[in-house]
Design a protein around this ligand. Structure first.
Ligand SMILES: O=C(O)C1=C[C@@H](OP(=O)(O)O)[C@@H](O)[C@H](O)C1
Ligand SMILES: C=C(OP(=O)(O)O)C(=O)O
Length: 445
């Protein structure tokens, strides 16, 4: 993994953007496939195109600590030998700030016969997990909060079944809680000796991520029945059977920065690794760019964007969009609003409050530094842009230990402003090489 460790990164004013990008592997797919492969008893899985970043590293390290055999073939190709049980003791499982590792791992460990302590960085200990813990407890899982009630770190003790085979899960705080139950379900049905029914309570947010979960489970032989979108039934005989080889597609959220650069820097910018058949909801960010006036071309193996040169005073079309389905790529849209021809609204993004940082607060604070009028509420933010020539000469962006804050503010270099990105190494969470690739496609003034 290449790392960027300097305290800040100075980004010069940009004129345009053009080029070809090979995307890193999808974080969401990588961590799901790692866990599912580890649970595919006696199967060997070769995973190609795996994301190499902090979020996948903590998952891999945890699986190794739990006794799973993982060997590297090349940097982005690993081999996993699955089994249907984990080591029965581990009191230092550390999962950083990776929601895609932490939540599913809790659900799986809760049905093992061991004792585990699972923790993360301080911010992970501020990210809620009560909805998942309550559901797991309702099935007989023994989970205790070590620190604050409702938050990690957690102590997990051996499962004792209470006869229940039906569980409710709140979907309104994070879709990762439902994903966690679904991914663990082949382990659960074995332990409860019955099929399992999962009902969503509350409104499900970030729904496309559930489709990723169901798609990957299907590839590993587990077909979840879902007649209505609120009920999921997992057959008693379900078990993961590896297809042998899995290729991880490129990360669609990471693609959003480059596609946005094509839209404001003339382009074309081509992102390779996602396309027509992508299973990630964040490819829908392309439609957002189209609404703002960009041209987007979809191919089987790439997406390409081109657009205007905002550095020469041209403007994107303002927008008012519900971003509930694509909360991660939505951050990219918030920064693009700086180049719009009117006030822009991002709605239904309440989940931003409980991610790597309180993203509504962080985005409000950093966008305000451009002299634009920003308003926000519990689940929305609006940006009323000004002429880019009126931005301050230099702006220092605090990144709040949030990789997406660092990456999306690299788009704010097309005004008369030099942008200083503080703590750029926070991109290591999902995209350690981001700024190198960024520099390859940017034309500085
Ligand atoms: O399941 C996943 O892979 C993810 C789900 C989303 O989280 P929420 O469901 O909490 O919105 C998203 O923000 C996160 O980056 C990845
Ligand atoms: C919310 C994110 O991460 P996590 O998987 O930790 O929830 C993200 O990557 O934007």
């Amino acid at each position: 993994m290449s790392e960027t460790l300097q305290p800040y990164l100075y980004l010069n004013r940009s004129y345009g953007a053009r080029g070809n990008v090979i995307l890193p592997g999808s974080k969401s797919i990588s961590n799901r496939v790692l866990l599912i492969s580890a649970l595919s008893d006696s199967y060997v899985t070769e995973i190609k195109g795996l994301l190499d970043s902090d979020d996948t590293k903590v998952m891999i390290d945890a699986l190794i600590d739990l006794g799973i055999k993982i060997s590297y073939r090349t940097e982005d190709c690993i081999e996993i030998i699955g089994r249907n049980y984990f080591n029965d003791k581990c009191d230092n499982l550390f999962l950083g700030n990776a929601g895609t590792a932490f939540r599913p791992m809790v659900a799986v460990l809760a049905f093992m016969s061991g004792n585990y302590i699972i923790s993360g960085i301080p911010r992970m200990h501020e990210r809620p997990i009560a909805d998942l813990v309550d559901s797991l407890r309702s099935l007989g899982c023994n989970i205790d909060y070590i620190g604050n009630e409702g938050y990690p770190p957690l102590m997990i003790k051996p499962f004792t079944h209470n006869g229940s085979k039906h569980v409710f899960i709140n979907g309104s705080v994070s879709s990762q809680f439902l994903t966690a139950l679904l991914l663990a379900s082949p382990v659960i049905v074995k332990k409860i000796n019955s099929s399992l029914t999962i009902d969503i309570a509350g409104k499900l947010i970030s729904k496309p991520y559930i489709d990723i979960t169901l798609n990957l489970m299907r590839r590993f032989g587990v077909d979840v029945k879902s007649d209505s979108s609120n009920r999921f039934v997992i057959d008693q005989l379900s078990s993961y059977k590896s297809p042998g080889k899995v290729i991880v597609e490129g990360d669609a959220s990471s693609a959003s920065y480059f596609l946005a650069l094509g839209a404001i820097g003339g382009g074309p910018v081509r992102v390779n690794g996602i396309g027509n058949n992508s299973i990630q909801g964040d490819v829908a960010f392309s439609q957002v760019l189209t609404e703002m006036g960009a041209n987007i071309r979809f191919h089987d193996s790439y997406i390409e964007s081109s657009g205007i040169l905002v550095s020469s005073g041209k403007k994107l079309k303002s927008f008012d969009i519900d971003f509930n389905m694509i909360p991660d790529a939505a951050m990219t849209a918030a920064v693009l609003a700086l180049y719009a021809d009117g006030k822009c609204f991002l709605r239904n993004i309440g989940s931003w409050r409980v991610k790597e940082t309180d993203r509504i607060h962080a985005m409000h604070t950093e966008l305000s530094k451009f002299g634009v009028k920003v308003d926000s509420g519990e689940d929305w933010i609006s940006i009323d842009p000004i002429e880019i020539s009126k931005w301050p000469e230099e702006i220092s962006i605090d990144t709040w230990d949030d990789h997406r804050m660092a990456m999306c503010f690299s788009l704010a270099t097309f005004g008369n402003t030099n942008v200083k990105i503080m703590n750029p190494s926070c991109v290591n969470k999902t995209f350690p090489n981001y700024f190198n690739i960024y520099n390859e496609i940017i034309y500085a003034q």
